[in-house]
Design a binder for this molecule. Structure first.
Ligand code: KG4
Length: 339
């Protein structure tokens, strides 16, 4: 019998619902929230209100586009955390109501695990470009920079992580001081394509092991701007592309240095990347380059699955369903939770 999972994602500022049947995606609907643009960042209270407005239309649309009746659902997978508490509460409460009314089980999903398992979403039944276990996954987003060793769908271990800022945060904060808006990562990426990555040198961390640090880079970037602006008030405007290219090259170098180390230490050459920053073209080029130079078998997610989406929640739910990993109806969200 087919297993059909409805996934619901509401951890931050995207309301999303998706249907996956036997590992194959039937629909994936995402409603963003333009309301935050005016504030230069996500406003938690506004995010939870927008989720309240979006959740019913988004779920209805996902079921409609999947071409199924909701009575065909086997279980509901929802993001339990980490994320913004008010936002998570909307998805969690909605999932409980729907699961109760349909008499089907609920499956809690860790948002970080879901980013990793996005690599297993099949858009067509014959899709088979998927990492083999064990593999390493670099998870890079606005809130996380981690190297994860993935032993199976439901067994993964963080072997390195940031001790301060995340890679996406470094992009966003540096972009903000250049007046590039929020989120700055995609803008930095676009400008970097026109700049010289060797124009400026920013400091790189020297910390042992597989952990990351991005706060030193941020400070070094700020000090460079401060010193140069003292000499020339138009410095940022005149050097935007070179600043972005140099910043991006430094972030990518920092990420790849530790990932190479992790690959050497574990002997694993099956390497994936996930999370919002995996959309970065400099990082994608570095992955392709490492595949050629070090014989890595690399896995880059489709752009649609780099940012928050419910298809990744549904696929995680599918593999938890196979292991009968259900959760009780009194489950509450977690704003912070490890993999
Ligand atoms: O995983 P994600 O969608 O959500 C959160 O972590 O909340 O990641 C968002 C992050 C932001 O910091 C954004 O600036 C960054 O991913 N990002 C990028 C690019 N696209 C998104 N950073 C660099 N280059 C990009 N092309």
């Amino acid at each position: 019998m087919s297993i059909t999972i409805l996934g619901i994602e509401s951890s931050c500022d995207d309301t999303s619902a998706a249907v996956i049947r036997d590992g194959v995606m039937l629909s994936n609907v995402i409603a963003g929230q333009a309301v935050h643009e005016a504030y230069g960042g996500v406003v938690p209270e506004l995010a939870s209100r927008a989720h309240q407005q979006n959740i019913i239309p988004v779920v209805t649309e996902a079921i409609k586009r999947a071409g199924i009746d909701r009575s065909e659902l086997s279980a509901i997978a929802f993001t339990r955390g980490p994320g913004l508490m008010g936002s998570l509460l909307v998805g969690t409460s909605f999932s409980k109501g729907l699961a109760l009314s349909l008499h089907i089980p609920m499956i809690e999903v860790n948002h970080l695990q879901a980013h990793v398992l996005a690599h297993f979403i099949k858009e067509h039944p014959e899709d088979d470009h998927q990492p083999a276990f064990p593999f390493l996954c670099l998870l890079v987003s606005g809130g996380n920079s981690q190297i994860i060793k993935v032993d199976s769908y439901n067994k993964m271990e963080v072997i390195g992580q940031t001790i301060d800022d995340a890679a996406g945060e470094a992009f966003d904060k540096c972009a903000k001081v250049m007046g590039l808006g929020y989120p700055g990562g995609p803008v930095v990426n676009r400008l970097a394509n026109e700049g010289n990555p060797k124009a400026f040198k920013f400091s790189k961390p020297h910390i042992p092991g597989l952990n990351y640090s991005f706060s030193g880079l941020k400070t070094s970037f700020l000090y460079t701007l401060r010193d140069k602006l003292a000499e020339n008030a138009d410095f940022i405007e005149e050097n935007k592309a070179d600043l972005c290219a140099s910043l991006q090259a430094t972030v990518v170098d920092i990420l790849m240095d530790k990932l190479r180390k992790a690959s050497q230490e574990t002997g694993i050459k099956e390497i994936a990347v996930a999370g919002g920053v995996s959309a970065n073209s400099g990082l994608r080029d570095a992955f392709e380059d490492h595949a050629r130079r070090y014989g890595w078998n690399v896995f880059l997610p489709q752009f649609a699955f780099t940012t928050d989406n419910a298809a990744m929640v549904a696929i995680t739910g599918y593999y938890k369903y196979l292991d009968r990993l259900f959760c009780p109806m009194d489950a509450v969200p977690f704003s912070r939770v490890e993999i």
